[in-house]
Design a protein around this ligand. Structure first.
Ligand SMILES: Nc1ncnc2c1ncn2[C@@H]1O[C@H](COP(=O)(O)OP(=O)(O)O)[C@@H](O)[C@H]1O
Ligand SMILES: [Mg+2]
Length: 246
């Protein structure tokens, strides 16, 4: 299928970004169709978080373009990118620890949608529903992560970027969060999942890219690759400016 046939929810065209003089993401091109899901894998320090920040606007690209649902947002704020349909669940957890669960959900909710947001969050994660008056920072790490991830449901985004949401969590909580993400995907929301658990990320996603040193080392359909090939790509030699159209 040519790219002209597919509605792209996210597109990066030759994006370079970094911190001051330090270039991290290098000439990266990638497309994600509406409702698609992409696993972004790679070793620590590869630039995965930097890539997500560049998509959501926490970092501005120093060259290249970022498009959300066909709209060029390269120079737009994080707020404008949320309005365009993007939701970034950052690492560390993007919650307000000193506020209650309920207050966090109200802040995450679209305008006028506070009570609907609380209902949706409690339906997705009953544990959150039982803890609405608890101060968020006093919950377990897994419960805090559920609160962070709930935003991807209650804001009705078109594409959700998740940065290592399983980090530091007990396996049963990781299961619960991945089950939720699979359900979210089934509702037609596009996902980009940065993850250390390669097998879980491959199982959730349609496509995969491996990033190392800020460039794409491998890309394709998730069912084409096993964990061994993925880890080989972590250590391989990067072609500069590789692109992925998935
Ligand atoms: N705020 C920052 N300032 C300067 N360098 C940073 C900053 N954040 C990350 N880096 C550097 O950018 C590179 C990529 O980091 P990151 O995107 O966090 O990688 P990953 O998420 O793949 O582990 C690393 O060398 C890291 O040290
Ligand atoms: Mg990271």
């Amino acid at each position: 299928m040519s790219s002209a046939d597919v509605r792209l929810i996210l597109e990066l065209r030759g994006v370079t970004s970094g911190y001051g003089e330090k270039t991290v993401v290098r000439n990266l091109s990638l497309t994600l169709p509406a409702g698609g899901s992409l696993a972004v894998l790679g070793p620590n320090g590869a630039g995965k978080t930097t890539f997500l920040k560049t998509c959501s606007g926490l970092l501005k690209a120093t060259s290249g373009q970022v498009l959300i649902d066909g709209q060029d947002v390269t120079r737009k704020s994080t707020h404008d990118r949320v309005k365009a349909g993007l939701c970034h669940i950052p690492d560390p957890r993007g919650i307000f620890p000193s506020l209650t669960v309920k207050e966090n959900l109200i802040l995450q909710a679209p305008r006028g949608g506070a009570s609907a947001a609380i209902e949706k969050a409690a339906a997705a994660f009953p544990r959150l529903g039982q803890r609405l008056t608890q101060t968020a920072g006093t919950m377990s790490g897994g419960e805090q992560q559920m609160l962070a991830v709930a935003r991807s449901y209650i804001q009705n985004p078109k594409v959700v970027l998740l940065d290592e949401v399983s980090m530091g969590l007990a396996p049963n909580l990781v299961d619960e969060i991945f089950t939720f993400l699979a359900t979210l995907k089934d509702t037609g929301v596009a996902l980009i999942v940065v993850e250390q658990f390669v097998h879980r990320a491959l199982a959730l996603s349609d496509s995969v890219v491996v990033i190392a040193r800020g460039t794409i080392r491998l890309s394709g359909r998730s069912d084409e690759f096993g964990e061994d090939e993925i880890f080989d790509a972590y250590a391989g030699t990067a072609p500069q400016g590789a692109s992925a159209h998935v």
